[in-house]
Ligand binder design. Structure first.
Ligand code: FAD
Ligand code: FES
Length: 288
């Protein structure tokens, strides 16, 4: 039994990392104990809410950390919660863990909120002895989260599209430069789908494996509905994989990016309606 103060799925702490991106530490001993790098949870904020997947960015004792970017109704709701609030439901850890082992020279790339997802993977890769270069990037200085948290890596390249913090350029620019100048054995890249697509094309040119973490639309997250299905191409044709149980990580060189991105947008109209209705209800969003 937990003490009242240790209510399961209670938000232990909450912090704004940048405009629209918030960090939450959540009390859940089961998730915290069993999580491995690369895994995620599915959260239902309230009884009538939808289930949304979020990467487990870190664990500490009985608590786990998520970093959420407000992009629509459910993520806005999550970001609006306060310390002490209790989430209606948390399922996890879900998905296959990352293949953490010694490879040699590893390049890890995080874009936007993907920086939080890449963090536990980078840390674990370093702990098993890999030489690690990390590239983190965002549009502007305000979006560059966790910029002081990758000090454990051998090198950290911080990039912003507008040069307002770190070096000017996209993570793809710096990735290309790294691969031209140094020899790498494997790459990890997590960020917006379009970034992962371009990163996969660059890796393909250099004949290097690249793990990407697919952020498909999910419902159950346990392999029962196929909502997350994605076409992974092999030499002959293609195979349908369920991102929630077969992934979320795949070699980006084999992902059918066009159909993947099309599926990400399939509920755009309904999402827009739900979001506008929600914004009307809550009014002021200057806190975000
Ligand atoms: C395995 C996994 C791990 C994830 N980890 C994180 C994380 O650590 N932090 C985080 O902030 N987000 C993460 N996401 C994305 C997150 O699940 C979506 O942002 C969320 O479901 C959007 O819900 P919403 O109701 O707020 O927005 P919606 O109203 O559903 O969507 C608003 C807009 O956001 C975009 N969107 C919708 N779904 C996704 C999606 N799955 N991924 C990217 N963009 C989307 C679309 O452009 C859409 O129009 C992850 C997704 C997956 C599958
Ligand atoms: S989310 Fe239902 S099968 Fe993956």
């Amino acid at each position: 039994m937990f003490e009242h103060s240790d209510t399961i799925n209670k938000i232990i702490s909450k912090r704004k990392l940048s405009k629209g991106i918030h960090e939450l530490w959540i009390f859940n001993p089961f998730v915290s104990k069993h999580t491995k790098p690369g895994q995620f949870v599915i959260i239902k904020v309230s009884e009538k809410g939808e289930r949304i997947p979020l990467t487990i960015a870190e664990t500490n004792g009985d608590n786990f950390r998520i970093v959420v970017k407000a992009v629509g109704k459910s993520t806005y709701e999550l970001c609006s919660l306060k310390q002490g609030d209790i989430l209606f439901d948390v399922a996890g850890p879900l998905g296959k863990p990352s293949e953490v082992k010694f490879y040699g020279n590893v390049l890890v790339i995080g874009g936007g909120v993907g920086i939080a997802a890449i963090y536990p993977i980078a840390k674990a890769l370093k702990e098993v002895g890999n030489k690690l270069t990390v590239i983190i990037g965002a549009r502007t200085i305000d979006d560059l989260i966790m910029k002081d948290e990758f000090e454990f890596a051998d090198r950290v390249i911080k990039a912003t599209d507008d040069g307002s913090s770190g070096q000017k350029g996209t993570v793809i620019d710096f990735m290309e430069e790294e691969l031209r100048n140094s020899k790498y054995d494997i790459i990890w890249a997590v960020g917006p789908a379009i970034m992962m697509k371009f990163a996969s094309e660059v890796a393909d040119k250099h004949n290097l494996p690249i793990w990407v973490s697919l952020n498909s639309i999910m419902i159950d997250g346990t392999g029962m509905c196929g909502g997350c299905r994605t076409l992974i191409k092999n030499e002959k044709d293609g195979e349908i994989k369920y991102v929630c149980v077969d992934g979320p990580e795949f070699d980006g060189r084999y992902v059918d990016w066009d159909s993947f991105m099309k599926r990400l947008n399939q509920y755009k109209e309904q999402e827009k309606i739900a979001f506008e209705r929600y914004l009307d209800q809550i009014g002021d969003i200057s806190w975000l």
